[in-house]
Design a binder for this molecule. Structure first.
Ligand code: URA
Length: 241
């Protein structure tokens, strides 16, 4: 049972203002279980009752879970007075109030960003105690020595900060750019963490891309800036790792 007022239901599910939802109700085009309802204060069970607008069902989704391929140049925030945010890139059909990026990538970092309005889910995957792994590709101008790789893997100290053990493997050298590519897996997510770790080794990174969160990999068919909803299986794959 999920009791909710009809005007609130329409506003949240169709991304309408409360006054636009009321206007829609006044127009007589909304039905609940087949009967026309014009009053916003009508209370329905969102999980069981069938709502339609002009005969088209409004599929109820309590929360949205969206995978985005973040391009460089946008920030991981909900709104910003000057910068373009990941929320600004969402297609209209996926926009609704309360969406936010669950975890941040730097402005110049590309790759998988998860966007949701489910605060508990976000908290669960971001909580340092859960240790949900995140995998990145890292590009540098120089190859690390074995000793440097061991330092990175073993839990590096940089100044006052002690990072946890991290996964690191050499993935190859790009023939066209000569840059060295590493696969890095972190189970914590500190501000600028990978940049700080590589800079501390004297091999500053030149590009950073997130491939996966938990057991879910960025859909390769999503171009930078594109996004889509997750399936239920994909959502649970994030936590199964
Ligand atoms: N580490 C960084 O330095 N930047 C990111 O965006 C993510 C991890």
């Amino acid at each position: 049972m999920e009791k909710i007022r009809l005007d609130k239901f329409l506003a949240s599910q169709l991304n309408l203002s409360r006054s636009d939802a009321k206007a829609l109700l006044r127009s007589g085009s909304v039905t609940v279980n087949g009967s026309a309802v014009g009053k916003g204060e009508f209370t329905l069970d969102a999980a069981a009752d069938a709502v339609a607008v002009n005969g088209t069902p409004v599929v109820y989704k309590k929360y949205l879970y969206i995978m985005m391929h973040k391009p460089a140049g946008v920030i991981s925030a909900s709104k910003d007075p000057t910068e373009k945010t990941v929320i600004d890139l969402l297609p209209e059909a996926l926009v609704r109030p309360g969406l936010f990026p669950a975890g941040r990538l730097d402005k110049d970092t590309t790759g998988f960003v998860l966007i949701t309005d489910d605060g508990q889910f976000a908290h669960d995957i971001l909580s340092p105690r859960r240790h949900v792994p995140k995998n990145y590709s890292v590009w540098t101008q120089r190859r690390l020595t074995e000793a440097e790789e061991a330092r990175f893997r073993g839990g590096m100290s940089v100044g006052e900060t002690v990072f946890e053990k991290a996964g690191l493997s050499f993935a190859g050298q790009e023939p066209d750019t000569g840059r060295f590519v590493y696969s890095v897996t972190l189970r914590e997510g500190r501000y600028h963490q990978i940049k700080i770790m590589f800079a501390a080794l004297g091999a500053p990174l030149v590009r950073l891309h997130r491939n996966s969160i938990g057991g879910l990999t960025l859909d390769p068919s999503l171009q930078p800036g594109e996004s889509r909803e997750l399936t239920e299986e994909e959502r649970s794959a994030i936590q199964n790792n």
